[in-house]
Ligand binder design. Structure first.
Ligand code: ATR
Length: 269
């Protein structure tokens, strides 16, 4: 039995154990995947202990993605850009490789929903870790332009500068948002507080999609607002399952089918 886990703090509400158990059942794999609450100040120690006990790989969630990034012996290009890691893979030599699969999860979910990224005018709300983690795969999908808008405008401008070589990307404050967008992605944590960023009413182009990286039993404030303005709402549950599937593939070489697992999770919300 190969051992995997998700590290977080707190971690009891993580859906990752259920998702990976479902993947393993689908593929007939024999794995053991648990949730481990690592100590806030010693993530590296927790990973080393897990390896010593036979661990092969892990997912990493809040607040350890940066600590995980720092302990890796090698990194994927997108993890290096993100400055954060959500997937740890133990290599044959005992070396730790780090990747971030959130962006693949997001782009895959958009694709599954039939959203065309190539040539799209994209607005991304927020400039924190969640946004930084998805920008590389998003830009690789070939949008016409990406505007990153954030409450703190300077953070968005700095973020855009870091990704400038990958596509047409700029950053600013919410007041800099004008024109129309085919896709608006909410990567702020405002939804958690039931808040809505101050945005113009007419920012959705004909046939536009509104994507919230958050999810819940009920649509977020952002998705309700967007729906009322004619956009098609999609929440982040598919992104969650997609990032998990990409982690699973990196550990075990096989990519599970996400659709049945997503449907099951949706029923349980
Ligand atoms: P995460 O890992 O979720 O990205 P983070 O790095 O703390 O967490 O970033 C949170 C993001 O949500 C930031 O873009 C933050 O804006 P600031 O950079 O101005 O702080 C944004 N955010 C949080 N609460 C918000 C609110 N109530 N309205 C608008 N933006 C909010």
């Amino acid at each position: 039995t190969d051992r995997y886990c998700v590290f977080g703090n707190p971690v009891t509400h993580s859906k990752s154990p259920a998702i990976h158990a479902a993947f393993a059942a689908e593929l007939g794999d024999d794995i053991d995947y648990t949730a481990i609450e690592a100590p806030l100040e010693d993530f590296a120690g927790a990973w080393q202990r897990f390896i010593a006990e036979g661990g092969r790989g892990a997912n990493v969630t809040v607040p350890f993605k940066e600590q995980a990034y720092r302990l890796c012996d090698s990194l994927s290009e997108r993890a290096r850009r993100a400055g954060a890691v959500n997937t740890l893979v133990l290599g044959d030599e005992g070396l730790t490789h780090g990747d971030t699969t959130d962006g693949v999860g997001l782009v895959g979910d958009l694709t599954n929903h039939g959203v065309t990224l190539a040539g799209a005018r994209v607005l991304v709300l927020g400039a924190g870790g969640a946004v930084r983690g998805v920008l590389e795969p998003l830009l690789a999908a070939g949008p016409a332009s990406v505007l990153v808008a954030n409450r703190t405008a300077e953070k968005a401008a700095a973020l855009a500068t870091d990704f400038q070589d990958l596509g047409v990307i700029s950053g600013g404050g919410f007041a800099d948002v004008d024109g129309q967008y085919d896709l608006v992605i909410n990567g702020t944590s405002a939804s958690l507080a039931g808040d809505l960023p101050p945005l113009p009413d007419d920012l959705f182009a004909e046939g536009a999609t509104a994507y919230d990286m958050m999810y819940g039993a009920e649509p977020t404030v952002f998705l309700r607002w967007a729906t009322a303005r004619g956009a098609r709402p999609i929440d982040g549950l598919g992104m969650l399952v997609g990032q998990a599937a990409e982690s699973y593939r990196q550990w075990r070489g096989m990519r599970p089918d996400t659709a049945p697992v997503l449907a099951e999770l949706r029923r349980g919300l």
